[in-house]
Design a protein around this ligand. Structure first.
Ligand code: NG1
Ligand code: ZN
Length: 554
């Protein structure tokens, strides 16, 4: 590193001193905290993104968002060249950068890390970072800090893509690195054209009976609402009404949005008795999560939830069906048995896991956080992963897509319009509709809608795929959440000693009881999950385990 570069880093970083007494950790999904303490972290994340771009010789993404957190929070996450999350191998460096006490320490860290990773910071290596932010009021100034971080590495370019959903930015990074068109317009084109393709393949008799026409979407008063309004103008065969777009004065994620709906299981704001029986959906604050719900009656505020597990189940069922139709048309000389797997976390409802296994699918569990699920899902030709909260996607391997493309061409010349050919076309359309970089509420929504139309199912039929076991989630505020250490995809607590035995002793008291605890990676809490054969049982088990957390962590 030459002297000029060193002095630029020293000078710019001195404008972003770290706040006293705060420890930053890259966590489940990047850095998140009260926006007031985040400037230095975001500036430093800018430096990291530029270095990552030099190292990988690819375009990198930097997204400013705190997803479902409250409006006063914000956060920053980095997208790797594939469009996925930052490689976990760089997370310790991210933590060290964010916590470096002053400019000299920061410079030293960068020099050492660059040496270790053989990154040449000499102004000749180009770096390119795409920036996006959600609608949070703190986003604009934090984006400025990120730009300064990127620009403090000589030869780097920061390209501001404006206000975006998280999945849009990840999609753009992936598209840029694949040499494809990567504007927001291109993103909308890809989604709407693959949706059109699926809708054109809806059997004629279903079009008549059809799924209830209108879908009502809760935009969480965030970026998703406004972007969905752009997308829906390009869609045929689907009518969407968007509420909670943020324009009507509602507050981001307050009493609205996918996280609220999934965790509290109550009707979000702006929804009520007029919506009874309607097909409704909720996005989260940066539109990477989606859940569906129904308002069942006026007598209570409760909803009937169709969560990420049920979305996964619908998608898995549909893909399995299409594969089996396709295989019927495959001659013995041309076999390709796609490796098809499903990835969930411990939060997956036990009934969903049973359902998927009964379908004959391979189900694996990983710790919470899509970075873990994604990593597992890429091992399959078709890997579907979803968190119960509605965050997930379907990944297709290049080799399977290549075979499918070839097969589709053969089938269309041999038997145009046959069922196996349609199945191949559907699977190809799904691979284009579904964001291959990260979970995307828009992809999930359009796929769910197209499948419901194809099967001629109502949301009630979808919901009845299986009966969720009653569950309850709680958060317990503790002094030090790192005191809880888990193993086996978070199903077992290894620290503090003794607490797992105490949890087991509570759990056996309840038929179909299951409970686990883990430290949150995005909030300063320990999360408690419990399920049982009745709601009272799940509530009581969660409550008792919450008490154990308080006792053991005092
Ligand atoms: P934490 O705070 O680590 O539980 C939450 C979600 C994750 C994931 C991240 C990122 C739950 C229980 N946890 O993580 O699944 O979505 O936020 O947004 O929903
Ligand atoms: Zn989100």
């Amino acid at each position: 590193m030459d002297e000029e570069q060193k002095s630029i880093l020293l000078k710019t970083s001195s404008r972003f001193p770290i706040p006293p007494g705060v420890k930053f950790s890259y966590g489940t999904a990047g850095f998140r905290a009260d926006a007031l303490v985040l400037e230095s972290t975001v500036y430093r994340a800018g430096i990291l993104a530029a270095l990552r771009s030099i190292k990988t010789r690819s375009v990198i993404g930097l997204m400013i968002t705190a997803s479902h957190n409250k409006i006063s929070d914000n956060g920053v996450k980095i997208a790797d060249p594939s469009g996925g999350m930052l490689t976990q191998a760089w997370e310790p460096f991210a933590d060290a950068l964010a916590n470096a006490t002053d400019s000299d320490c920061l410079l030293q860290l960068i020099i050492e890390f660059a040496k270790e990773e053989s990154i040449l910071i000499d102004g000749h290596c180009r770096a390119e970072v795409l920036l996006g932010r959600d609608t949070r009021p703190s986003g604009e100034s934090l984006l400025e800090a990120a730009k300064q971080g990127i620009n403090s590495i000589v030869g780097s370019a920061a390209i501001d893509m404006g206000i975006l959903t998280t999945p849009q930015l990840h999609w753009m990074v992936r598209a840029r690195n694949k040499g494809m068109k990567a504007s927001e317009r291109d993103y909308f084109e890809q989604l709407s054209s693959s949706f059109r393709c699926l809708m054109n393949l809806v059997p004629g008799e279903c079009k008549v009976k059809g799924t209830d026409y209108k879908l009502v979407v809760d935009g969480a008063n965030g970026v998703g609402g406004e972007k969905l309004e752009c997308l829906m103008n390009m869609l045929d065969g689907l009518v969407i009404e968007v509420r909670n777009t943020g324009k009507g004065g509602g507050i981001l994620n307050e009493g609205v949005g996918a996280d609220y709906v999934q965790k509290e299981k109550v009707v979000p704001q702006e929804f009520g008795s007029n919506d009874i029986g309607m097909r409704c959906a909720s996005l989260d604050g940066d539109a990477d999560r989606l859940v569906y719900f129904i308002v069942p009656s006026v007598s209570s505020n409760n909803i009937m939830l169709v969560d990420g597990d049920k979305m996964l189940s619908l998608f898995a069922l549909f893909i399995k069906e299409q594969l089996s139709i396709l295989y019927k048309g495959v001659d013995e000389n041309n076999p390709y048995q796609a490796r098809f797997g499903v990835v969930q976390t411990a939060y997956a409802n036990g009934a969903s896991t049973d359902f998927l296994k009964e379908l004959g699918l391979e189900v694996v569990l990983t710790p919470t956080g899509v970075k873990f699920l994604h990593e597992k899902a890429v091992e399959y030709d078709i890997g579907i992963y979803f968190e119960a909260n509605g965050h997930g996607t379907i990944l297709f391997s290049d080799s399977f897509l290549c075979w499918l493309e070839k097969r589709q061409n053969e089938l269309s010349s041999m038997s145009e319009g046959s069922e196996p050919q349609k199945a191949a076309l559907r699977l190809l359309a799904v691979s284009k509709l579904v964001n291959q970089a990260v979970g995307d509420a828009f992809s999930g929504l359009l796929l769910a809608e197209a499948i419901l139309q194809t099967l001629s199912w109502s949301i009630n039929q979808w919901s009845e795929l299986y009966q969720d076991l009653p569950s309850r989630q709680l958060k317990v505020k503790v002094m030090d959440r790192t005191a809880v250490v888990t193993a086996n995809a978070e199903t077992v607590v290894v620290k503090p000693p003794g607490i797992q035995e105490a949890i087991n002793a509570e759990t056996v008291k309840y038929p179909r009881g299951r409970s686990f605890i883990r430290p949150s990676g995005t909030e300063d809490v320990i999360r408690v999950y419990a399920e049982a054969s009745t709601q009272e049982g799940a509530d009581s088990l969660a409550h008792s385990v919450g008490k154990l957390v308080e006792q053991f962590l005092e």
